[in-house]
Design a protein around this ligand. Structure first.
Ligand SMILES: Cc1cc2nc3c(=O)[nH]c(=O)nc-3n(C[C@H](O)[C@H](O)[C@H](O)COP(=O)(O)O)c2cc1C
Length: 202
């Protein structure tokens, strides 16, 4: 897609695929790492990496503990943001939008693909709360491993998928190796149910 195609497409998902899909071959280690941002009730911002698991018209999906700090903040404000960066392609995408939880069916399907140890750590983790020691963590893990040996490990209700649905999404691209700094920035913004696109100064 050239600049004109991007600005005229009005379809952020097509542009996302144009940016992201090559990354899966170019970056072997976690091409899908994104920084998810939220704000607490005092307006204090917070960011952390998660792994992006799907992108569709509905938005950007990742899995987490809903009782974690991010869970509380994202669902407290119902607003979230995320940022993705590709060093190898000199591209970045940033998103602001609304926050929703996936259905139990979607969460269960994904849960069933997780390895047993990852399920156990999701069950034991009171994510973002204090734990007394590493030993405590490992003891809890070992106990649950024994408890669930040979059994189905159920998905906790508070472990699920979160979707950030874009209201605004920016595609950023360095047109050279950061020498001129004359980067491309294309913004897609939802206005009265219509996607409006524009180019920004870098
Ligand atoms: C590369 C990377 C990927 C991660 N993926 C996830 C993830 O998919 N889900 C998740 O809950 N935490 C993930 N984490 C851990 C989070 O960054 C974070 O430490 C944790 O979710 C607690 O965040 P919170 O206290 O803001 O809720 C990942 C960390 C890194 C560095």
């Amino acid at each position: 897609m050239n600049d004109k195609d991007i600005l005229e497409s009005k379809n952020w998902l097509t542009v996302w695929h144009h940016y992201y899909d090559p990354e899966e071959k170019l970056e072997q280690n976690d091409p899908n790492a994104i920084c998810v941002s939220s704000v607490d009730t005092e307006g204090m911002p917070n960011g952390r990496y998660v792994l992006l698991k799907d992108v569709s018209e509905n938005g950007f999906l990742f899995y987490t503990n809903l009782k974690s700090q991010k869970g509380k903040e994202l669902f407290g404000s119902k607003k979230g943001a995320l940022t993705w960066w590709s060093r190898v392609q000199n591209k970045s995408v940033r998103v602001q939008g609304s926050v929703n939880q996936v259905s139990d069916e979607v969460a269960n399907n994904y849960w069933s693909t997780r390895k047993e140890d990852a399920k156990i750590s999701a069950i034991l983790s009171k994510q973002s709360e204090e734990v007394t020691s590493r030993d405590q963590l490992e003891e809890e893990f070992t106990k649950l491993k024994v408890e669930y040996a040979g059994k189905e490990i159920p998905r906790p209700d508070h472990w699920s998928g979160v979707i950030i649905s874009p209201q605004k999404i920016e595609f950023w691209e360095a047109t050279d190796e950061y020498t001129s700094r004359l980067h491309n920035r294309f913004v897609f913004e939802l206005q009265n149910d219509q996607w409006v696109t524009k180019r920004l100064y870098p």
